[in-house]
Design a protein around this ligand. Sequence first.
Ligand code: HEM
Length: 398
Amino acid sequence: MRHPTRPIFLSGASRVAGLLLAASCLSSAWAQAPATPSAPPAAAPAATAGIQSANIMDVKPEASAEPGYASQTNGERGKVQPGNNAPMWRQVGAGVSGFSSLPPSQAPEAGNLIQPFVQYPGSSLTNAGEAWRQVRNNWLIPYGGALLLIVLGAIALFYVSKGTIKQHGANTGRKIERFTPFERSAHWSNAIAFCILAISGIVIAFGKYFLLPVLGLTLFGWLSYALKNLHNFAGPVFAVSLVIIFVTFVRDNLPSRGDLTWLLKGGGLLSGKEVPSHRFNAGEKLVFWAGVFALGLVVVGSGFVLDKLLPGLSYERGTMQIAHMVHAAATVLMMALFIGHIYIGTIGMEGAYQGMKTGYVDETWAREHHEYWADDIQAGRIPAQRSEATAPGQTVRV
Ligand code: HEM
């Protein structure tokens, strides 16, 4: 049970409404309280002029010997000890809902200042706002941040020790269309939206640790405000392009011959001899199903709740807290996965970025990295040119 003299902490979404409500309650409740030596009226700041605060233990007359003192209602307490509103505050702190004339359909939580007690995974049993704060500050921020730094560090170590995966053979000059213009525009729309979301999300979650000390309060305040709005708008763009990406690439990401061998041998990354694969190897398929599909669903679903875009849902504090925790955990995992994808797609593997930039790869690249795919193209089972566009240095075949 909360000690009556302790302040009541409000957190998250409830803070502003709570403080306003608390201030108005306090002003009427404490206006009747007798002045005490512990809080001389002269010391009150201008904004709170007229409100006299008092330690509940000092409110006279002392009445704790009254029968049933601990279980008194606020009305009963007021009779024996005017000005002591501890029973009311105990109820507020325990999440009891009071009366509100606002319609519940529009303001379902109007009568409730502090949410009832819950225990979110990783929090203690406490009021929901505080439980959410504990999960965020004790788990999501430190462990999420650590995971991202560990992944970045591991990739940097790998790059320093192994370097870029080179193409061994010489280019043949014969080009294969790896990605059509449609596939590339879907990919890059999604990648750009992802980068905007990742950067803005990192600033929102971790910026106060690494940017605030450099930029100062005003600049950091404006920057995070701007990025937060950008985040809200980039989210739906990411969601739509993610669906297009899924539909476009799902066929070639279905399990196929050689995937298990590829996984068991780790793609041949350590042995230096790449394991044959079809158009996408098992590592890419893993990123597709875990990152694009599973995490994509969770990240987009929870993001839509936070953006209040799902119709028919009651957007209460608890809904937002749960959506936030799910969103933060899933996006950190997604970023960790895609840091690996971005590494391989840029400096990690020679020729990969060119494939997604121009749409074409050389036959040698295809054979070295996706042998079964190259076989299928050579045998005519898959066309080397799928779109109407022309490969660099080639004429259209009619
Ligand atoms: C700056 C960020 C990114 C870069 C530089 C990048 C780069 C690349 C490159 C070079 C490829 C071709 C790989 C190959 O030829 O096998 C590729 C494929 C692909 N990328 Fe990205 N990418 C980025 C972000 C993303 C994001 C955010 C997603 C999805 C959320 C994504 C999903 C895919 C998919 C689905 C493929 C096809 C391969 C597969 O299905 O596994 N990419 N990317």
